[in-house]
Design a protein around this ligand. Structure first.
Ligand code: SF4
Length: 165
């Protein structure tokens, strides 16, 4: 049987690449690594954000989402979008994506959205800038994160779809 190809966010135990120079330990994701072929990336370090780094967030400015680093006042919207588009073009035959939940770069539909002027959270959730571009290329891929995979029914469903052949 062909091993599925799974993309994983790099901070799932591959490298201490989070903003606080830490990694994420997840027992299930760790156990899956030996059963699939894995590719991984950290889009924030890939576009030159250091590690550790000041956190970035998705902010609504003039009605549109931008990728913003409050501490420095810098924007990474274009850099991240361009990187993601180029990365997506080179990706082939990915069966599933396991993405770091809530990340403004990697999160899939569960990322906080802030108002630029007030700094308050807007009652609306977003997908991370990197993931949004990647999923345009793979609209039918399995997409999940560590929070969903912590729910037994979600985990079973994910595994049954991933190893369906
Ligand atoms: S969530 Fe994404 S951008 Fe953030 S550390 Fe993990 S791989 Fe890098």
């Amino acid at each position: 049987m062909k091993r599925p190809l799974v993309y994983m966010s790099r901070c799932f135990g591959f490298e201490k690449c989070r903003y606080d120079a830490e990694t994420v330990t997840d027992e299930f994701i760790e156990s899956l690594k030996s059963k699939v072929d894995v590719i991984h990336e950290c889009p924030e370090t890939a576009i030159g954000l250091g590690c550790p780094r000041s956190p970035i967030r998705i902010v609504r400015k003039y009605g549109a989402p931008v990728l913003f680093q409050p501490e420095t006042g810098l924007y990474f919207t274009e850099k991240m979008t361009e990187f993601a588009k180029n990365y997506a073009e080179k990706l082939a035959n990915v069966d599933a994506f396991i993405l770091k939940a809530k990340s403004p770069s990697c999160g899939a539909g569960n990322v906080k959205y802030y108002d630029f002027m007030t700094g308050m959270i807007i009652n609306e959730i977003h997908t991370g800038f990197f993931t949004a571009e990647i999923l345009k290329r793979f609209p039918d891929a399995l997409v999940t994160d560590e929070l969903l995979l912590a729910i037994p029914q979600e985990r079973e469903l994910f595994l049954s779809r991933l190893f369906k052949d």
